[in-house]
Write a protein that binds this ligand. Sequence first.
Ligand SMILES: [Fe+2]
Length: 218
Amino acid sequence: MRGSLAWWIAAGLVVGMVMAWRARFVSPYRAQVKQVVVRVPRKHRNLAGLTIAFVTDTHVGPHVAASDIEPVARSLEAIEPDLVLFGGDYICESPRFMASAAPVLGRMAAAARFGAWGVMGNHDLSNIRERVVPPLEAAGIRILTNGAVCVDTDRGALWIVGIDDGLLGEVDLDAAFSNVPPDGAAICLWHEGDRIEESAPYGAFLQLSGHSHGGQVR
Ligand SMILES: [Fe+2]
């Protein structure tokens, strides 16, 4: 009896170690494309069928190589989305990682039919905004900092509203939404999703956020 209990404990330990190893060294580097169908409000039903790719928290740095996010670029090149939106935290630890990250992120942006936009994350700002934004813009990712852009898609106009990072940036929701007409269809991009009660009254029908790395809000 005691021998079989020891066997189960040992087996449990091995399974636990394998799961921990996968969680640390395998899963974070395995690109996953999740398809989510978003109901658009009736008044914006002309936008139904639009394909938007949302990429966030790539965190290229000491633990994630640019080559680790290449599968995402390949997936987007196959999907050919209408828009590619980025939720921030492109890099971490040092702005020098922009050199390898920007070309791969640029490939993702180039996969979009109508363009690519993004916002800053806390890890981007801790690596100096001025050293992160220019390489992204050069790669075709237009960064919105408390600003909005009206994208003229083949299904109608869609506003993309980008909020500055909520932890290290200067959030100005009034400025961000100031150009969006009251009846405009808008998507809000904000790195952190936990302040959605502040952004919701501004009327975007969808907010896309990262930062939580798959947790907190489902
Ligand atoms: Fe973050």
